[in-house]
Design a protein around this ligand. Structure first.
Ligand code: KIV
Ligand code: ZN
Length: 379
């Protein structure tokens, strides 16, 4: 099977920072950007320069230090936004502006109070305007998830004609299901005559909890770039969690791959969590505190026999250490014996049974039994 290479576009510093309470300092942004570059992320969206002087400076400073990744800045389809973004990107080794406008009739009528034709004309003119100012122009068709596919195809054709080399079709409001998003991306790829001159990018939001599923569906439909954030942070329910996409690409035998190194995932997840003071939910896939924790007796026994029984991801692959089995009232004898041996506590079978009963009685009254508790029970 010939595999297609997918570009990974990180927007933790732009869309991710738009999440309530997720504001980042300049130093944190620089540290995150450097780590993303080290991981091998292809494009870093560093900010929205016209939105504030602080964001302008962040894009400027990130542009100066990043060696490999392309640096992208966001702009609306307005000359001043584009000029400001281009100015902030001046020092980038490889610069990209992402500019766009609404594509759904809901946005065209309720946000822009205009017509489809007028929207096409603005999109065309602004892409053309930006094309002379940076290395690459990416266009976003806002609310593509709810847009009419025939109009969307016209829009994509128009902006490619004007010079866009990447076209992002965001499910801005997280409205699509994976099958709908797959069909949308496939429709565009099959119906836009000049599509070979550009890459399609997928950008999904998690309002229905489908952001990662939608992004992977879009990639399988033919998109060549995926956008997302570390830990899935972002507006409302957040964006596609990039670590989920990266690990999926590594462990599934799909016709697509990435060159990003997953071994940095554990580390960058922690950096973003601490910098944003935004605790990751315990059961979050890949990076949640419980993502590799087994606490029921049946699962613990299975894991002790062979981790493959209940683990589809090797934690070492994402650079984290194997956590100890958690001892709770649902734990069985195998897990207790394993932990006691690790603590150098050995007992006869009869002693062990008594010990196990005492352990259960206490475990029924508290959620987790620590090593300290175990030693106390033994004494
Ligand atoms: O969700 C969205 O539509 C966006 C665009 C600005 C790309 O974040
Ligand atoms: Zn978004």
């Amino acid at each position: 099977m010939k595999k297609r290479r997918i570009d990974i576009f990180d927007t933790t510093l732009r869309d991710g920072e738009q999440g309530p309470g997720c504001l980042l300092t300049l130093d944190s942004k620089l540290a995150i950007a450097e780590k993303l570059d080290l991981m091998g992320v292809d494009i870093i969206e560093a900010g929205f320069p016209i939105s504030s002087p602080g964001d302008f400076k962040s894009v400027q400073e990130i542009s100066k230090i990043i060696k490999n990744a392309k640096i992208c800045a966001l702009a609306r389809a307005r000359k001043l936004d584009i000029d400001t973004a281009a100015e902030a990107l001046k020092k980038a080794k490889r610069s990209r502006i992402q500019l766009g406008i609404g594509a759904s009739d809901i946005h065209i009528k309720n946000k822009f109070n205009t017509t489809r034709d007028e929207i096409l004309s603005i999109a065309h003119n602004m892409v053309k305007y930006a094309a002379n100012k940076v290395d690459e122009v990416q266009f976003f068709a806002e609310d593509a998830g709810r847009a009419d596919n025939i109009f969307l195809a016209k829009m994509v054709q128009t902006v490619i004609d004007a010079g866009a080399t990447v076209v992002n079709l965001p499910d801005t409001n997280g409205f699509c299901t994976p099958f709908e998003y797959y069909e949308k991306i496939k429709y565009i790829i099959e119906h836009v005559p000049n599509i070979h001159k550009a890459k399609i990018s997928v950008h999904c939001h998690n309002d229905l909890g489908m952001a990662t599923a939608n992004a992977v569906a879009g990639l399988l439909a033919g998109a060549e770039q995926v956008e997302g954030t570390i830990n899935g942070v972002g507006e409302r329910a957040g964006n596609t969690a990039l670590e989920e996409v990266i690990v999926t690409l590594f462990i599934k035998n799909l016709p697509i791959y990435t060159d990003v190194n997953p071994v940095f995932i554990g580390e960058i997840s922690k950096i973003v969590e601490n910098a944003m003071s935004n605790p990751i939910q315990a059961n979050k896939a890949i990076v949640g505190k419980n993502a590799f924790a087994h606490s029921s007796g049946i699962h613990q026994d299975g894991v002790l026999k062979n981790r493959n029984n209940y683990e589809i991801i090797d934690p070492v692959m994402i650079g984290i250490e194997l956590p100890d089995l958690i001892l709770t009232s649902r734990s069985g004898r195998a897990a207790l014996r394993n932990r006691l041996e690790a603590l150098n506590i050995y007992s006869s079978e009869i002693e062990f049974e008594q010990y196990y009963e005492r352990f259960l009685a206490i475990a029924d009254t508290q959620s987790v039994i620590s090593d300290k508790d175990l030693i106390a029970i033994f004494r």
